[in-house]
Design a protein around this ligand. Structure first.
Ligand SMILES: *[C@@H]1O[C@H](CO)[C@@H](O)[C@H](O)[C@H]1NC(C)=O
Ligand SMILES: *[C@@H]1O[C@H](CO)[C@@H](O)[C@H](O)[C@H]1NC(C)=O
Ligand SMILES: *[C@@H]1O[C@H](CO)[C@@H](O)[C@H](O)[C@H]1NC(C)=O
Ligand SMILES: [Fe+2]
Length: 386
């Protein structure tokens, strides 16, 4: 059982904290006095403080981490260098041992019409100990930069853990406020469940991928220190045949790696992880999910693997919500709901988080459009707050 913490949302965004903890029944109620603005905010200009390029030759920038295996003993470290490829090595050491270990990774680049990316490094650190603080260093040989993260407790039913929830962040002045709200939340989220729509670079001519770089620098202050669990949204599709860009998700898949092979997924858009007391399934609103498709077959098999005595919490992330009372994006999630909802009810999914609609809304359990009016063991009793 658990309790949903405070929420704050700025014009297009949501940042809440979910505490998986002791048996507290909470009446959702109204948890914030925040009222969002109606207008869409302006993007922060390129010379904003949050986009500052770290100084030093070939200094790593846009550093970000995510879970790197199925259970939380591995971390994928990613970053970008711009002057030359440089080293993909990560030096790391636990708080209590000064002996540095090394992990090797690889570097990728991509072109997007007339934009050429920097050198994007992805290195997985494995065999970490649970509940341990590690320091890590990237930029070896040129301009090293140091960060840290704490691994989750071993997967099990009785391990409290606090997730943050953010979606549709973008890079407006409001985005910066949302991230600040998350950072200042007294519940102190340890991992962000990110429900899609990252940079909104696709709002610019040619989807100016410079705005993917600025976004990476903007969120580094959080995601270099705690994993963000990625979900692909519509703003990650970047399908622009008019300018010859016909391979969907190109910038997203080059920049953001996820541990999809660890859950036997065949594509990075749908996968699962276990973290502390939660089993988290990430679904792809913009990949095929009809009967017989790879995502459908994967999810069908995946749901059988969830053991509630090990992970009492079953959480699903997706971008397009199945339920939404706003007119914007209304019913865009409907075909996926029709396809998968019965499985969710059968498997007693505790909570589904989605993004896409830029307003905070939550509900009690619903299925088949109407509220079931019933909870179940381990369920989170929620109410509409708006
Ligand atoms: C790419 O083309 C766009 C539109 O013509 C232009 O604004 C931008 O500066 C170009 N970028 C590069 C890196 O050449
Ligand atoms: C973003 O927020 C931080 C505080 O969290 C502040 O220091 C910074 O000046 C803000 N930048 C912009 C461009 O709003
Ligand atoms: C993935 O498949 C392999 C081979 O069938 C199996 O051993 C492994 O347990 C599976 N992993 C997960 C997380 O389902
Ligand atoms: Fe969206």
């Amino acid at each position: 059982m658990g309790l949903l913490g405070s929420s704050s949302s700025c014009s297009s965004l949501v940042a809440v904290v979910l505490v998986l903890n002791v048996a507290v029944v909470c009446n959702g109620g109204k948890t914030s006095t925040f009222v969002r603005k109606v207008e869409i905010g302006n993007d922060m200009p390129l010379d904003s403080d949050v986009f500052q390029i770290p100084s030093g030759y070939n200094a790593p920038q846009q550093v970000h981490i995510t879970q790197g295996d199925h259970v939380g003993k591995a971390v994928i470290v990613s970053w970008v260098t711009v002057d030359e490829p440089g080293s993909s090595t990560v030096n790391y050491w636990s708080e209590n041992s000064k002996e540095k270990k090394q992990a090797q990774g690889k570097v990728v680049t991509y072109k997007f019409t007339n934009y050429t990316s920097g050198f994007i490094h992805h290195t997985t650190i494995r065999k970490l100990k649970f509940s341990t603080k590690y320091y890590y260093e990237v930029g070896i040989g040129h301009t090293p930069r140091q960060f840290w993260f704490t691994t989750p407790p071993e997967v099990g039913p009785d391990v409290p853990y606090t997730f943050g929830l953010i979606g549709d962040l973008g890079q407006t002045f409001d985005s910066n406020m949302t991230l600040t709200h998350y950072e200042l939340n007294p519940q102190k989220g340890k991992t962000v469940l990110y429900v899609g729509d990252l940079s909104y670079a696709d709002r610019y001519p040619n989807h100016d991928n410079v705005r993917w770089d600025t976004w990476g620098r903007f969120v580094e202050r959080s995601v270099a220190y705690q994993p963000w669990i990625w979900t692909a949204g519509n703003h990650e599709i970047d399908f622009v045949p008019e300018i010859g860009e016909t391979k969907p998700f190109k910038p997203y898949t080059h920049r953001y790696h996820v541990p999809y092979k660890a859950s036997n997924s065949t594509a990075p858009f749908w996968y699962s992880i276990k973290r502390a007391s939660a089993y988290i399934i990430v679904l792809a609103s913009y990949s095929a999910y009809g009967t017989y498709t790879p995502q459908y077959k994967w999810l069908e098999a995946e749901l059988q693997k969830v053991d509630r005595t090990e992970t009492p919490w079953l959480i699903v992330l997706m971008h397009a919500p199945w339920y939404n009372s706003y007119n914007h994006h209304y019913m865009e999630g409907e075909t996926m709901r029709v396809t998968f909802e019965k499985w969710f009810v059968d498997k007693k999914v505790d909570v589904v988080f989605a993004g896409h609609v830029h307003a905070y809304e939550r509900s009690n359990h619903v299925s088949g459009v109407y509220s079931t009016g019933i909870g179940h063991k381990g369920a989170l009793p929620l109410r509409r707050s708006l």
